[in-house]
Ligand binder design. Structure first.
Ligand SMILES: [Cu+2]
Length: 335
């Protein structure tokens, strides 16, 4: 029952590591140690190798320290070390680290090259443009414009071309691959591929101002037929809603200040300061991952997005309750 304090400390340190590893697959805190694509697999493999080597070194050095402590003062003084002591120091202190670090260096260089230029053609090209604090997403070949949700086909290489409208941002989906910066006036490219359908959470990984932490996005990986169905939905000719309330909302949207900042396909709304809302109803979240996309949250967002995401660039808007209901009905009807 009464373990000595040192052992208890070691035990709790061990359980922290175990708890960390157990939560590594947790959906809300995506981890690089829960890889779901070839890029992330490479990174995770390298990580585990480094972890194993480091752990072995800690164990061996710890054991040698113990041996030294126990054998302390046995025999001999300075200058009387046995011959093998020098061999041990040279081997363990110079030769071994040089070999291991060189191997790691070569492995890392190889992975960097493979991650930045994966062999083979890309199935889809997507332009991602960072904004304070949301993600503009464009499919140039298909002519799709959306935001914050990035749909991709499973098992296919997706080329991302990354840039920013304002400050530095960084694109990171830990379960798919490493991070890449979005730099003004420059286009960085990266490739992602998901090996299983799912929703992979991404996050801006470069501090970009007040709402940096709420600059989240989701990579929605779908089986190719589902992805094709999504493309077909996105590129279908837009129609006005049939529900009278939603129709009223559409007209309001075109008149209200909304149209100055937002675009909706098939309407006169052409603003570009905020995210394109053509498919907003199908989006997972409101405010780049700030809150889930529900009617209640949408009402709260339209009336006063500042209370949900303080400092974001959409101002509070005065609307009477009927106008608000119509706008909600309309935006929820978009697909
Ligand atoms: Cu950012």
């Amino acid at each position: 029952m009464h373990a000595p304090p040192t052992r208890r400390t070691a035990l709790s340190a061990g359980s922290v590591v175990l708890a960390f590893m157990a939560t590594a697959g947790c959906a809300n805190a995506p981890s690089t140690l829960d890889p779901h694509g070839p890029g992330a697999h490479r990174i995770a493999t390298l990580w585990w190798f480094m972890f194993a080597v480091s752990a072995a070194v800690v164990l061996v050095v710890g054991a040698l320290l113990l041996v030294g402590a126990v054998r302390r003062g046995r025999r001999g003084g300075p200058g009387e070390e046995p011959r093998w002591a020098h061999a041990l120091m040279f081997g363990g202190g110079v030769a071994f680290p040089v070999i291991i670090l060189t191997a790691l260096w070569i492995w890392t260089l190889r992975d960097i090259a493979a991650l930045s230029q994966p062999a083979g053609p890309d199935a889809v090209t997507i332009d991602v443009i960072g904004h304070q604090w949301w993600w503009e997403v464009r499919y140039p070949r298909e002519g799709i414009v959306t935001a914050n949700d990035i749909h991709v086909p499973v098992g296919q290489r997706v080329r991302l071309r990354l840039t920013t409208q304002d400050v530095l941002h960084s694109f990171w989906v830990p379960q798919l691959t490493g991070k890449t910066d979005l730099i003004a006036g420059r286009t960085n490219t990266m490739t992602i591929e998901a090996d299983r359908p799912g929703v992979y959470r991404g996050q801006c990984a470069e501090f970009c101002g007040l709402q940096h932490a709420q600059m989240i996005f989701y990579v929605v990986a779908e089986a190719p037929p589902d992805y094709q169905a999504w493309v077909a939905r996105e590129t279908a000719t837009p129609t006005s809603p049939t529900d009278p309330m939603a129709l009223e909302g559409e007209q309001l949207f075109e008149r209200a200040p909304c149209a100055a900042c937002h675009t909706i396909r098939g309407t006169s709304a052409r603003g570009t300061l905020g995210p394109d809302l053509s498919d907003f109803g199908a989006r997972l979240s409101i405010g780049a991952g700030t809150v889930p996309n529900t009617r209640g949250n949408l009402g709260g967002w339209i009336v006063d997005s500042q209370s949900l995401k303080p400092g974001n660039l959409m101002p509070p808007i005065q609307l009477d309750p009927r106008e608000l209901q119509a706008l909600i009905a309309y935006l929820e009807s978009t697909r």
